[in-house]
Design a protein around this ligand. Structure first.
Ligand code: PRP
Ligand code: URA
Length: 212
Protein backbone atom coordinates (compact mmCIF):
# COMPACT_ATOMS: atom_id res chain seq x y z
CA UNK A 1 0.00 0.00 0.00
CA UNK A 2 1.16 3.56 -0.55
CA UNK A 3 -0.48 6.92 -0.05
CA UNK A 4 1.67 9.04 -2.31
CA UNK A 5 0.33 10.17 -5.69
CA UNK A 6 3.86 10.26 -7.19
CA UNK A 7 4.76 6.69 -6.11
CA UNK A 8 3.82 3.76 -8.35
CA UNK A 9 4.23 0.24 -7.03
CA UNK A 10 4.12 -2.50 -9.65
CA UNK A 11 1.94 -5.45 -8.95
CA UNK A 12 3.15 -7.54 -11.84
CA UNK A 13 3.32 -11.34 -11.61
CA UNK A 14 6.47 -11.52 -13.74
CA UNK A 15 8.25 -9.00 -11.49
CA UNK A 16 7.13 -10.89 -8.35
CA UNK A 17 8.50 -14.12 -9.82
CA UNK A 18 11.86 -12.59 -10.67
CA UNK A 19 12.22 -10.66 -7.40
CA UNK A 20 11.72 -13.84 -5.39
CA UNK A 21 14.70 -15.44 -7.19
CA UNK A 22 16.71 -12.25 -6.73
CA UNK A 23 16.21 -12.38 -2.95
CA UNK A 24 17.41 -15.96 -2.63
CA UNK A 25 20.85 -16.03 -0.99
CA UNK A 26 21.75 -18.99 -3.21
CA UNK A 27 21.25 -16.98 -6.42
CA UNK A 28 24.74 -16.41 -7.84
CA UNK A 29 26.29 -13.26 -9.27
CA UNK A 30 25.55 -14.01 -12.94
CA UNK A 31 21.89 -14.79 -12.41
CA UNK A 32 21.55 -11.87 -9.99
CA UNK A 33 22.90 -9.47 -12.62
CA UNK A 34 20.63 -10.91 -15.32
CA UNK A 35 17.56 -10.64 -13.09
CA UNK A 36 18.27 -7.01 -12.15
CA UNK A 37 18.51 -6.25 -15.87
CA UNK A 38 15.31 -8.13 -16.79
CA UNK A 39 13.27 -6.56 -13.98
CA UNK A 40 14.53 -3.12 -15.00
CA UNK A 41 13.43 -3.67 -18.59
CA UNK A 42 9.89 -4.55 -17.49
CA UNK A 43 9.84 -1.53 -15.16
CA UNK A 44 11.04 0.75 -17.96
CA UNK A 45 8.15 -0.31 -20.20
CA UNK A 46 5.69 0.33 -17.41
CA UNK A 47 7.15 3.68 -16.38
CA UNK A 48 7.18 5.31 -19.80
CA UNK A 49 3.46 5.45 -20.46
CA UNK A 50 3.55 9.26 -20.33
CA UNK A 51 6.71 9.77 -22.40
CA UNK A 52 6.12 12.29 -25.19
CA UNK A 53 6.18 10.95 -28.73
CA UNK A 54 6.84 12.78 -31.97
CA UNK A 55 5.24 12.09 -35.34
CA UNK A 56 7.35 10.36 -37.95
CA UNK A 57 6.59 9.59 -41.57
CA UNK A 58 7.09 5.91 -42.42
CA UNK A 59 6.77 4.26 -45.81
CA UNK A 60 5.39 0.75 -45.53
CA UNK A 61 5.53 -1.60 -48.56
CA UNK A 62 2.03 -0.30 -49.37
CA UNK A 63 1.89 3.42 -48.57
CA UNK A 64 3.20 6.37 -46.60
CA UNK A 65 1.84 6.79 -43.08
CA UNK A 66 2.43 9.02 -40.09
CA UNK A 67 3.35 7.06 -36.97
CA UNK A 68 4.86 7.89 -33.54
CA UNK A 69 8.28 7.45 -32.05
CA UNK A 70 10.22 8.42 -28.93
CA UNK A 71 12.48 11.32 -29.98
CA UNK A 72 16.09 10.12 -30.19
CA UNK A 73 18.26 11.90 -27.68
CA UNK A 74 15.30 12.60 -25.36
CA UNK A 75 16.19 9.94 -22.78
CA UNK A 76 19.17 9.63 -20.43
CA UNK A 77 20.01 7.09 -17.75
CA UNK A 78 21.73 7.98 -14.49
CA UNK A 79 22.67 5.09 -12.21
CA UNK A 80 23.52 5.77 -8.57
CA UNK A 81 26.89 4.02 -8.15
CA UNK A 82 27.53 1.29 -7.61
CA UNK A 83 24.42 -0.85 -7.58
CA UNK A 84 22.52 1.34 -10.04
CA UNK A 85 25.01 0.27 -12.72
CA UNK A 86 23.27 -3.10 -12.78
CA UNK A 87 20.09 -1.45 -14.09
CA UNK A 88 21.64 0.47 -17.00
CA UNK A 89 21.48 -2.39 -19.52
CA UNK A 90 17.85 -2.98 -18.59
CA UNK A 91 16.93 0.57 -19.66
CA UNK A 92 19.23 0.32 -22.70
CA UNK A 93 17.22 -2.68 -23.92
CA UNK A 94 14.32 -0.26 -24.37
CA UNK A 95 16.29 2.90 -25.27
CA UNK A 96 19.56 1.70 -26.82
CA UNK A 97 20.78 5.19 -27.70
CA UNK A 98 20.20 6.73 -24.26
CA UNK A 99 23.27 8.50 -22.91
CA UNK A 100 24.49 7.62 -19.45
CA UNK A 101 25.53 9.89 -16.59
CA UNK A 102 26.86 8.68 -13.25
CA UNK A 103 26.31 9.80 -9.68
CA UNK A 104 28.54 8.21 -7.04
CA UNK A 105 27.00 7.93 -3.57
CA UNK A 106 27.96 5.80 -0.62
CA UNK A 107 26.23 5.40 2.71
CA UNK A 108 28.34 5.89 5.79
CA UNK A 109 28.01 2.51 7.49
CA UNK A 110 27.66 4.07 10.95
CA UNK A 111 25.41 7.05 10.35
CA UNK A 112 23.71 5.80 7.13
CA UNK A 113 24.21 9.36 5.79
CA UNK A 114 24.80 9.47 2.02
CA UNK A 115 27.94 11.08 0.58
CA UNK A 116 28.28 12.18 -3.04
CA UNK A 117 31.74 11.36 -4.42
CA UNK A 118 31.24 11.62 -8.18
CA UNK A 119 28.94 13.26 -10.70
CA UNK A 120 29.42 13.27 -14.45
CA UNK A 121 26.41 13.93 -16.66
CA UNK A 122 25.97 14.04 -20.45
CA UNK A 123 25.79 17.42 -22.19
CA UNK A 124 22.24 18.62 -22.67
CA UNK A 125 20.85 16.48 -19.85
CA UNK A 126 18.72 19.43 -18.74
CA UNK A 127 16.36 18.83 -21.67
CA UNK A 128 16.12 15.04 -21.40
CA UNK A 129 13.89 12.71 -19.43
CA UNK A 130 16.29 11.13 -16.97
CA UNK A 131 15.80 7.64 -15.56
CA UNK A 132 17.59 7.75 -12.19
CA UNK A 133 18.11 4.13 -11.16
CA UNK A 134 19.14 2.29 -7.98
CA UNK A 135 17.91 -1.18 -7.02
CA UNK A 136 17.62 -0.34 -3.31
CA UNK A 137 15.67 2.44 -1.56
CA UNK A 138 16.36 2.03 2.15
CA UNK A 139 16.42 5.24 4.26
CA UNK A 140 16.00 7.20 1.01
CA UNK A 141 19.03 9.35 1.77
CA UNK A 142 20.97 8.38 -1.37
CA UNK A 143 17.99 8.79 -3.69
CA UNK A 144 16.99 12.17 -2.15
CA UNK A 145 20.53 13.52 -2.53
CA UNK A 146 20.92 12.15 -6.07
CA UNK A 147 17.62 13.77 -7.09
CA UNK A 148 18.75 17.06 -5.54
CA UNK A 149 22.07 16.78 -7.40
CA UNK A 150 20.27 16.35 -10.73
CA UNK A 151 17.87 19.21 -10.04
CA UNK A 152 20.78 21.47 -9.01
CA UNK A 153 22.26 20.86 -12.46
CA UNK A 154 19.04 21.90 -14.16
CA UNK A 155 17.40 18.54 -14.90
CA UNK A 156 13.64 19.05 -15.06
CA UNK A 157 12.17 15.67 -15.98
CA UNK A 158 13.25 12.79 -13.77
CA UNK A 159 11.81 9.32 -13.18
CA UNK A 160 13.26 7.38 -10.28
CA UNK A 161 13.21 3.56 -10.42
CA UNK A 162 14.09 1.24 -7.52
CA UNK A 163 13.49 -2.49 -7.36
CA UNK A 164 13.09 -2.97 -3.60
CA UNK A 165 12.02 -0.21 -1.22
CA UNK A 166 11.45 0.15 2.49
CA UNK A 167 8.45 2.25 3.60
CA UNK A 168 10.80 4.81 5.22
CA UNK A 169 12.64 5.32 1.91
CA UNK A 170 9.44 5.80 -0.02
CA UNK A 171 8.23 8.33 2.53
CA UNK A 172 11.50 10.28 2.41
CA UNK A 173 11.61 10.52 -1.39
CA UNK A 174 7.88 11.17 -1.79
CA UNK A 175 8.02 14.04 0.69
CA UNK A 176 11.29 15.62 -0.47
CA UNK A 177 10.61 15.20 -4.21
CA UNK A 178 6.85 15.12 -4.68
CA UNK A 179 7.32 16.28 -8.29
CA UNK A 180 9.28 13.15 -9.25
CA UNK A 181 7.46 9.97 -10.26
CA UNK A 182 8.90 7.05 -8.29
CA UNK A 183 8.55 3.50 -9.61
CA UNK A 184 9.03 0.60 -7.21
CA UNK A 185 8.69 -3.07 -7.98
CA UNK A 186 8.34 -4.31 -4.39
CA UNK A 187 7.75 -2.66 -1.00
CA UNK A 188 9.35 -4.54 1.87
CA UNK A 189 8.62 -4.55 5.60
CA UNK A 190 11.23 -2.35 7.29
CA UNK A 191 14.93 -1.67 7.87
CA UNK A 192 17.08 -3.54 10.37
CA UNK A 193 19.38 -1.78 12.85
CA UNK A 194 22.12 -1.55 10.19
CA UNK A 195 19.85 0.07 7.63
CA UNK A 196 19.35 -3.08 5.55
CA UNK A 197 15.96 -3.75 4.02
CA UNK A 198 13.99 -6.72 5.46
CA UNK A 199 13.42 -9.22 3.96
CA UNK A 200 15.42 -7.47 1.19
CA UNK A 201 18.16 -9.14 -0.78
CA UNK A 202 21.29 -8.12 1.15
CA UNK A 203 23.87 -5.74 -0.27
CA UNK A 204 22.93 -5.18 -3.91
CA UNK A 205 26.35 -3.80 -4.93
CA UNK A 206 28.23 -6.72 -3.38
CA UNK A 207 25.92 -9.29 -4.99
CA UNK A 208 26.12 -7.60 -8.41
CA UNK A 209 29.87 -7.27 -8.47
CA UNK A 210 30.95 -10.20 -6.30
CA UNK A 211 32.85 -8.00 -3.85
CA UNK A 212 31.97 -10.18 -0.83
C1 PRP B 1 23.18 1.14 -1.47
C2 PRP B 1 22.14 1.20 -2.56
C3 PRP B 1 21.65 2.61 -2.48
C4 PRP B 1 21.74 2.90 -1.01
C5 PRP B 1 20.35 2.84 -0.42
O1 PRP B 1 24.36 1.70 -1.88
O2 PRP B 1 22.61 0.84 -3.82
O3 PRP B 1 22.43 3.53 -3.22
O4 PRP B 1 22.56 1.90 -0.42
O5 PRP B 1 20.37 3.20 0.91
P1 PRP B 1 19.68 4.53 1.45
O6 PRP B 1 18.32 4.58 0.82
O7 PRP B 1 19.62 4.30 2.93
O8 PRP B 1 20.52 5.70 1.09
P2 PRP B 1 25.68 1.76 -0.95
O9 PRP B 1 25.74 3.04 -0.20
O10 PRP B 1 25.74 0.50 -0.15
O11 PRP B 1 26.83 1.83 -2.01
P3 PRP B 1 27.30 0.75 -3.09
O12 PRP B 1 26.21 0.66 -4.14
O13 PRP B 1 28.55 1.33 -3.62
O14 PRP B 1 27.49 -0.56 -2.40
N1 URA C 1 21.62 -1.06 0.32
C1 URA C 1 21.62 -2.35 -0.05
O1 URA C 1 22.38 -2.77 -0.94
N2 URA C 1 20.79 -3.20 0.59
C2 URA C 1 19.95 -2.79 1.56
O2 URA C 1 19.19 -3.62 2.09
C3 URA C 1 19.96 -1.44 1.93
C4 URA C 1 20.80 -0.58 1.27
Amino acid sequence: MNNYPNVFVFDHPLIKHKVSILRDKNTGMKQFRELIEEITTVMTYESMRDVELEPVEVETPLEKTVQWRVPEESIAIVPILRAGLGMVNGVHKVFPTARVGHIGMYRDEETLEPHEYYCKLPDGIQDKTVFLVDPMLATGGSACDALAALKKRGVKHIKFMAIIAAPSGIEAVANAHSDVPVYISTVDRCLNENGYILPGLGDAGDRLFGTK
